[in-house]
Design a protein around this ligand. Structure first.
Ligand code: SF4
Length: 958
């Protein structure tokens, strides 16, 4: 079939004279002059729609729609975006691989070739989410943590090895190389791709684009690649050749003017950007950066801004390609040929260079003078709550006694400075913890960090772990109090990908050590670079020894504290915190600080730049004002202030040459294939094209295709006679719905694991067990901090935390999982009620999969986070939105009612639905809702029982 826009196929030439073809937007612009003023990000989407216009998946009308994008218009059209590739992290990648394997089972059982199910675009899985900080503050930390990681995850890694040999286009970057988004930025992204050249034809070049199964996939927007995080469910569809459908977005232009002041970091800038964009309400929109201030920013700084798009709520935070992007490609070891093609392609498309003010028509413009940005932290509960460094002490003090409705901790103000004696030995006997030393000024020095040797006579690593857990030695008396920093972690791709802030942390450590400052031994310090390159340049710059001296030894190449894999605190500290209800702190260079994300017992979590993480480790409390009070006492008892140890921009710039070394990058990433590591090489997977599902508590055949038939069975629309299983407040995160962290022994998931012979030390995390639905459905709504407001408040107004509900009728309190099973057994559907931003946080398909497996048919909320809403539809669960002004509270819903959701059978996107509430006293009332099935394709997904059966039917029918 002739391409509907065949005349747009043109040629371009690279600097060394190589010729390629491309679908030319300047030629299309002759027909649609509007294109010249389109945001660059929209033009990249337009190129994909143009190139893939095949009259089936993508229609000529789609090209016309995107070419005619208007800055302000009703957003009713969906764009079919075919991406160049897919990236996965291991927590989300494993369940996706399990789904693909189950699809192969279906194909095989139906007598089809198993290879019918095969990714059609390159898929790269980076193993980065599994490593935990069990060991820290020792040179052996990395080695020991990796050994534990392999011990805990061997079954998952065996499954990945099966995937590597079964699927042709599926690659794995093994554990120990780095964090997915940093590896993507430094290695996987190639700038432009080209088709295999047919005989007599030139290859067609096209821009890199992707979706990833992780919210922070947007980091790649820092080098001009269009891409964002999707749930595993959508990623599966994308890798099987389906377009990613999204509503035509608004594009918010963000202009930077001026320059950052001396001493201000990219982390400070991104916290300011997050605060501004949260206020500008950019949820569901693209953000595109422009202006002279952007042109002056190095790529790693841009990547830091792009990374935090989920925190400011945007789909993307996009930076166009320019000379700085090309410099970055040169500094990271991309080949000359690739770089030339990349530059020539973007120039030929008229998309090279950061746009000047006024050059593009954006839906809305916000601006920031970089010179106004100040050093800051964000927290203690949300990333958008920025606090200037000089206000941290004041803010913590004020939040300490404020009510939870004002983001406070609801503690008596008089207890702020009370300190509690922790006697390590007595604590083990259950005595002595909690003795109060009012107003004790500081934490007493402790003792060695922990027992670091795993002795040879331990039968298993898990047993060794029991005995080698970080522990205070017998007589290490100390005190702990509110505001104490107990975790200080240089973590997260947001910052570890940025040599500027990593070198700053090393320089600050050097100056601190030279000044004689020390870190208190009980503070859990860790350095978890997002790639080995970081260690290489910090070593060459001579900074590693100083970081190590302060306990910031390299402990992992992975997500660690950022994803909640901070590892535990000592039992003594945990007990002191819980017994005295202390509000202790973590300071981390991450991007998320929701409740219980970092550690279940640390309620105050502050995001900060890597040098500030080191500074807070040194001072040990957020109750010191680092702008006016000394960080600590150095040699001879001399007061050392932050200004004494803060590195200058010249000092950082002088070391930058070590960070951008193309040869080092190439040598490092060549090892993914040639030297993946002994631990990885020893892993052996099942062979063959169809997976045999050996017994495992990590990997199990997902139930989503049980009873699969070629005709959809899911014909009924709406819900009848449902019970409420949860009434939740605002900002319920995907981590509340499907936690990634520790599995409690008493929880339904913990009980199931024990029944299946797994000892507590080997529970691992929910995140690592996403390949097993038996664990994950029991873990749904099992976050230790989730509050089901159906449970009446305590006498003091506080609310019970944890995944419990009241089973109706009768109101018996039980785990949500247990209630869900009872409701399902009696054939009663269930509904969840939520507030604003339901499903905010990381993209997590298990938050939707678990919801479906608990028999929940609808979620009714005031608003939804973008990915979670589409994941609910993708699993066949109805998202429904209250009309403005309505909420379950305003409607007087208590949880003992029954509910109907009435929807006309002819489903249409965003139509009205009726919620009928039948109260226990026999009365009924109804209210209108908006159906949040947003697009026509989502109607199809819902009718097919979800996106997976939809795609499978298409593939098997082909
Ligand atoms: S470091 Fe944090 S933001 Fe980056 S991929 Fe890991 S969990 Fe996500």
């Amino acid at each position: 079939m002739t391409h509907a826009f065949a005349s747009t196929l043109q040629t371009f030439k690279t600097a060394s004279g190589k010729v390629g073809s491309f679908y030319s937007l300047p030629v299309l612009a002759k027909q649609y002059p509007n294109i010249a003023r389109l945001p660059v990000s929209i033009r990249i989407v337009l190129e994909s729609v143009l190139r893939n216009c095949d009259g089936k998946r993508v229609l000529p009308e789609h090209v016309v729609e995107v070419a005619g994008w208007k800055p302000n218009a009703p957003r009713l059209d969906e764009v079919p975006f075919v991406v160049a590739r897919v990236v996965l992290q291991d927590f989300t990648g494993v369940p996706l691989l399990a789904d693909l394997a189950a699809m192969r089972n279906v194909a095989h059982e139906m007598g089809k070739d198993a290879k019918t199910i095969e990714p059609l675009v390159p898929v790269d899985l980076v193993v980065d989410h599994s490593i935990m900080i069990d060991y820290f503050g020792t040179k052996k930390a990395l080695d020991l943590n990796m050994k534990l990681e392999f011990r805990r995850n061997v079954e998952r890694y065996q499954f990945m090895k099966w995937g590597m040999q079964a699927f042709d286009t599926f690659g794995v970057v093994p554990p120990g190389f780095g964090i997915v988004h940093q590896v993507n930025l430094e290695y996987l992204a190639r700038g432009v791709f080209k088709t295999a050249a047919k005989k007599g034809e030139l290859p067609v070049y096209y821009p890199d684009s992707l979706v990833g199964t992780d919210s922070h996939t947007t980091m790649i927007n820092g080098i001009g690649v269009v891409g964002w995080g999707v749930g595993g469910i959508e990623a599966e569809a994308a890798m099987l050749g389906q377009p990613v459908y999204f509503l035509t977005p608004d594009v918010v232009g963000f202009e930077f003017t001026g320059k950052l002041r001396e001493g201000v970091t990219a982390t400070d800038l991104v916290l300011a950007v997050t605060e501004i964009l949260r206020k500008a309400k950019v949820v569901g929109k693209f953000v595109e950066f422009f202006g002279e201030g952007v042109a002056g920013l190095a790529v790693p700084d841009r990547a830091t801004m792009a990374n935090m798009a989920p925190e400011y709520g945007a789909t993307m935070g996009f930076f166009p390609v320019d000379d700085k992007t090309i410099e970055y490609f040169e500094g990271t070891g991309r080949t000359r040929q690739e770089i030339e093609a990349f530059q020539a392609y973007f120039k030929a498309q008229g998309m090279y260079g950061i746009p000047r003010a006024g050059a593009i028509d954006y839906s809305q413009v916000v601006s920031l003078d970089l010179g106004t940005v100040t050093p800051s932290l964000a927290g203690p509960k949300r990333p958008q709550d920025r606090i200037e460094l000089g206000h941290v002490k004041k803010q913590f003090t004020s939040l300490f006694s404020k009510p939870p409705t004002e983001n406070g901790f609801n503690q008596p103000a008089a207890q702020l400075l009370t300190r509690h004696l922790v006697r390590a030995q007595d604590a083990r006997n259950g005595e002595g913890v909690g003795a109060k030393i009012p107003n004790h000024p500081s934490v007493l020095p402790g003792a060695p960090r922990f027992v670091e040797e795993m002795t040879a006579n331990k039968p298993t690593l898990a047993a060794a772990l029991h005995e080698a857990e970080p522990a205070l030695p017998a007589h290490a008396d100390m005190t702990v109090g509110n505001g104490d920093v107990l975790i200080a972690a240089i973590t997260s791709c947001t910052n570890t990908s940025n040599p500027g802030v990593m070198l700053a942390a090393g320089l600050l450590a050097k100056k601190a050590v030279e000044a004689g400052l020390k870190v208190k031994p009980h503070i859990k310090t860790s350095l978890a670079p997002g790639s080995r390159i970081v260690t290489e340049y910090l070593t060459k710059a001579g900074l590693i020894p100083f970081l190590e001296k302060l306990g910031f030894n390299v402990a992992a190449y992975g997500c660690t504290t950022c994803i909640g894999n901070a590892g535990d605190l000592t039992p003594e500290l945990n007990e002191a915190i819980t017994r005295n209800d202390l509000i202790c702190a973590a300071v981390l260079s991450g991007n998320r600080n929701f409740e219980a994300r970092i550690h279940p017992n640390l309620k105050a979590n502050f995001l900060a730049s890597p040098p500030l993480v080191v500074a807070y480790a040194l001072c040990g409390t957020v109750l010191k004002d680092l702008m006016t009070e000394p960080v600590g006492q150095g040699k001879g008892g001399k007061d050392i202030y932050l200004g004494d140890i803060w590195p200058t921009s010249d000092e950082i710039a002088a070391l930058m040459k070590h960070a951008m070394n193309g040869k080092a990058f190439k040598a490092n990433y060549d090892k993914v294939a040639s030297e993946p590591g002994l631990l990885w090489q020893k892993i052996k997977g099942v062979q063959g094209q169809v997976y045999s599902w050996p017994d495992s508590t990590y990997i199990a055949k997902p139930p989503f295709f049980a009873g699969f038939e070629m005709q959809p069975q899911h014909t009924e629309v709406g819900v009848k006679g449902a019970r409420a299983i949860g009434l939740f407040g605002d900002s319920i995160t995907t981590d509340h719905i499907s936690p990634a962290g520790a599995i409690k022994e008493a929880s339904p998931a913990g009980q199931w694991l024990k029944e299946n012979g797994v000892v507590k030390a080997d529970f691992n995390s929910y995140g690592s067990r996403r390949g097993n639905h038996d664990v994950m459905m029991r873990g749904t709504f099992a976050n230790v901090r989730i509050k089901n407001l159906m449970i009446p408040p305590e006498a003091n107004g506080s609310r019970e935390e944890g995944g419990v509900t009241l089973f109706q009728p009768g109101g018996e309190k039980m785990f949500i999982y247990d209630a869900a099973m009872k409701y399902m057994a009696e054939g009663t559907p269930t509904i969840v009620f939520g507030g604003e931003e339901y499903g905010t946080g990381s993209s997590r398909d298990w938050a939707a999969k678990g919801t479906q497996l608990l028999g929940i048919k609808a979620v009714v909320a005031k608003s939804f986070e973008r990915i979670h809403r589409s994941n609910l539809v993708g699993m066949g669960v109805l998202p429904l939105q209250f009309k403005p002004g309505d909420s379950w509270e305003s409607l007087g819903i208590q949880g003992d009612e029954t509910f109907d959701v009435d929807i006309v059978a002819d489903l249409r996107p965003q139509q009205d639905a009726t919620l009928v509430i039948h109260s226990a006293d026999g009365s009924s009332r109804s209210v209108q809702l908006t159906l949040r099935i947003d697009t026509p394709i989502e109607v199809d997904y819902y009718r097919h029982g979800g996106i997976l059966p939809f795609v499978l039917r298409q593939l098997l029918a082909a």
